[in-house]
Write a protein that binds this ligand. Structure first.
Ligand SMILES: NC(=O)c1ccc[n+]([C@@H]2O[C@H](COP(=O)([O-])OP(=O)(O)OC[C@H]3O[C@@H](n4cnc5c(N)ncnc54)[C@H](O)[C@@H]3O)[C@@H](O)[C@H]2O)c1
Ligand SMILES: [Zn+2]
Ligand SMILES: [Zn+2]
Length: 402
């Protein structure tokens, strides 16, 4: 089958690889009809998320059709159309049973304390071959592959694989409640869904910070108030438009590939270049950068700093942007002095997928409005390159493999 394979930082290829097979009783093999590229994939290609093993198939978002199941999968007849959550959970350990599927005791072959198990990720996450491919082996498929209701299209369902649950989780981490003013840092696909999620969770206002005008424009159409950090100082604006207090809640939907402002008043007070360079060398010793392509963010702590500086005293920050294990410079002292609450982690996708599918099926949310590009899998590498460059209009890239 064809699949997008990671060979090294900055080196991904569309290869012919062998088809997956059933290996454990709870496995299913799913024929993928729609897959997508996530910002997390970019960290892995840019080199800001280390530990990738050459030969790993990338991708952790998919919708497909069940082809074959092991004897432990009692709930998925062949031919069932399913959405597959990005993280793997067994469904029976105490963590899964309390909804914290991303800290499952049994899914990660490296052991119960090795961290979140997910598709298409670094060695310590499994590794499990990912879903930017024609077929995938889904471990614990009886739990992780969720039937898609009739009437929900592939293009809608693919958003429920990772980014919508992640954004929803960001709102829950940030403790968004009725009337709250919420700032979302980052207007990529996850940030866009964070706007939608925060509004559904009761936010009175949602303010979105990014440096890419087309992404800010998209967030505005969803109901967000836009702040361009290359034109204004976001910390100052967040305070000014909230009567001097700052937002109650912040969702960090940027993570380690955070950028420093390039122009405008915020450029002066930005994270010092020298400090940023040290952090970048620490998190991405093997950068995949090729000219303008696969460039790691030049301010790993910039979004974290703005979150801590911009938020109201005693506010709550939900961090869903990925910071890898090698990142150790969160502005903790400033958070301490403001009595902040900071909550973070990998999304326990399966906890939210069924409810979010219901929101989509009932027409409350049309997630396909966030998706702006389609590519056949043969164009996958080009699609990656374009998504990496954050080109105008490219928000979520969906790969169709059928
Ligand atoms: N926690 C989880 O389980 C989980 C799941 C999925 C994705 N993620 C993470 O969520 C983050 C966003 O994903 P995405 O697909 O939207 O990625 P993306 O790369 O498309 O979006 C990131 C956005 O942040 C903006 N940005 C850069 N520096 C900024 C700054 N200093 N302040 C504000 N905005 C800034 C960029 O312009 C871009 O629009 C990534 O870190 C991804 O790895 C986490
Ligand atoms: Zn993702
Ligand atoms: Zn479990």
């Amino acid at each position: 089958m064809k699949a997008v394979v990671w060979h090294g930082p900055g080196d991904i290829r569309l290869d012919d690889v062998s088809d997956p097979t059933i290996q454990e009783p709870n496995d299913a093999v799913v024929r993928i009809t729609t897959s997508a590229i996530c910002g997390t994939d970019l960290h892995m290609v840019r080199g800001t998320m280390a530990g990738m093993e050459p030969g790993t198939v990338l991708g952790h978002e998919a919708v497909g059709v069940v082809e074959e199941t092991g004897p432990g999968v009692r709930n998925l007849p062949k031919g069932t159309r399913v959405v597959i959550g990005s993280t793997v959970g067994c469904g029976y350990c105490s963590y899964c049973r309390s909804g914290t599927y991303s800290q499952c005791d049994n899914a990660n072959p490296n052991g119960r304390n090795a961290g979140t198990a997910f598709f298409g990720g670094p060695g310590p996450t499994g590794p499990f071959d990912g879903m930017q491919a024609e077929y995938v082996r889904v471990p614990f498929a009886n739990v992780g592959a969720v039937p898609v209701p009739e009437g929900v299209t592939d293009e809608q369902a693919i958003m429920v694989s990772d980014i919508f649950p992640t954004a929803w989780f960001g709102g829950r981490l940030a403790e968004v409640g009725q009337g709250d003013t919420v700032a979302v840092l980052g207007a990529g696909p996850v940030g866009q869904f964070a706007v939608v999620s925060a509004l559904l969770q009761g936010a009175g206002r949602v303010i979105v910070v990014d440096g890419v005008p087309s992404r800010l424009e998209a967030a505005r159409r969803l109901g967000g108030e836009a702040v361009d950090y290359n034109a204004e100082d976001p910390v100052q604006v967040l305070q000014e438009i909230t009567g001097g207090s700052g937002p109650d809640r912040v969702i960090d939907a940027v993570g380690v590939d955070s950028e420093r402002p390039k122009t405008g008043p915020a450029a002066e007070g930005a994270e010092p270049a020298e400090q940023a360079e040290q952090e970048r060398a620490q998190v991405a010793p093997d950068s995949g950068q090729r000219g303008e392509q696969w460039e790691p963010g030049d301010g790993p702590s910039q979004a974290a700093l703005w979150a801590v500086q911009g938020i109201a005293k005693a506010g709550t920050i939900g961090v869903i942007g990925v910071y890898p294990q090698t990142y150790a410079t969160y502005p903790f002292g400033q958070a301490f002095m403001k009595n902040l609450t900071i909550r973070t982690g990998n999304c326990p996708h399966r906890r939210y997928i069924p409810d979010l599918l219901r929101l989509v099926a009932s027409g409350v949310v049309d997630p396909a409005t966030v998706m702006t590009q389609h590519e056949g899998v043969t164009n996958a590498i080009e699609a990656y390159e374009t998504f990496d460059r954050r080109e105008e209009g490219w928000i979520k890239t969906v790969l169709s493999t059928s």
